[in-house]
Ligand binder design. Structure first.
Ligand code: SF4
Length: 146
C-alpha cells in the first residue's frame, strides 16, 4: 500500500509544543494499516517537548526556505535552524519510504498546509505553508492538512 507521511501529533503522539497530541482518526487508521511514515519535524530538529509556541515571522515556510523569513518562538528565541533541520529530516524519511503524499497538522509553523499563523502571536492566520510542508511540496509531495 502507498506510504503516506503523517504528522506525529495527528497519529496520537503527544509531541506538540504544549505536550499534547491532536489525534485524528484518519491518521490513526494510516498507522494501523502500516502505511504511515510518522514524522515530527520540530522534535527531529532538536526542539524539546513541551516548548514555547513558535510562528513564522516575515512570510511563510517557503520564505523560510529561501532565507526571507525566520521562525521565532513566543520568548523571542530564533528557532529557524531547528525548523529547517526538522524539515530536512521529514523529507529524508519521505524519500526513504518513497512517499508521494503527506497528511499534516493544520496551521503549524512546520506542518501547516495552506494556512499558518501570521507571526504576531495573536491568533491571526495568513496564507502559506509551514516549513516542512513547503519543503515536501517543493519535492513534489502532495501535502494536505489532516
Ligand atoms: Fe510535530 Fe508537526 Fe505535530 Fe508540530 S505539528 S508537533 S512539528 S508533527
Amino acid at each position: 500500500m502507498e506510504p503516506i507521511v503523517v504528522s506525529a501529533c495527528l497519529a496520537g503522539i503527544p509531541c506538540r509544543y504544549d505536550g499534547r497530541a491532536k489525534t485524528s482518526d484518519g491518521a490513526v487508521r494510516l498507522v494501523e494499516e502500516g502505511r504511515a511514515v510518522v514524522v515530527c519535524p520540530e522534535g527531529a530538529g532538536g526542539l524539546p517537548t513541551p516548548r514555547p509556541p513558535a510562528e513564522i515571522v516575515g512570510g511563510d515556510g517557503a520564505d523560510v526556505l529561501d532565507g526571507r523569513a525566520r521562525v521565532v518562538d513566543a520568548t523571542g528565541a530564533d528557532c529557524t535552524a531547528e525548523f529547517l533541520a526538522g524539515a530536512r529530516a521529514a523529507l529524508s524519511a519521505a524519500e526513504e519510504a518513497r512517499a508521494r503524499r503527506a497528511v499534516l497538522m493544520a496551521r503549524s509553523p512546520s506542518c501547516g498546509c495552506g494556512q499558518v499563523y501570521d507571526g504576531t502571536f495573536s491568533g491571526e492566520l495568513r496564507p502559506g505553508d509551514g516549513v516542512t510542508a513547503a519543503l515536501l511540496r517543493r519535492a513534489g509531495i502532495e501535502v494536505t492538512a489532516g
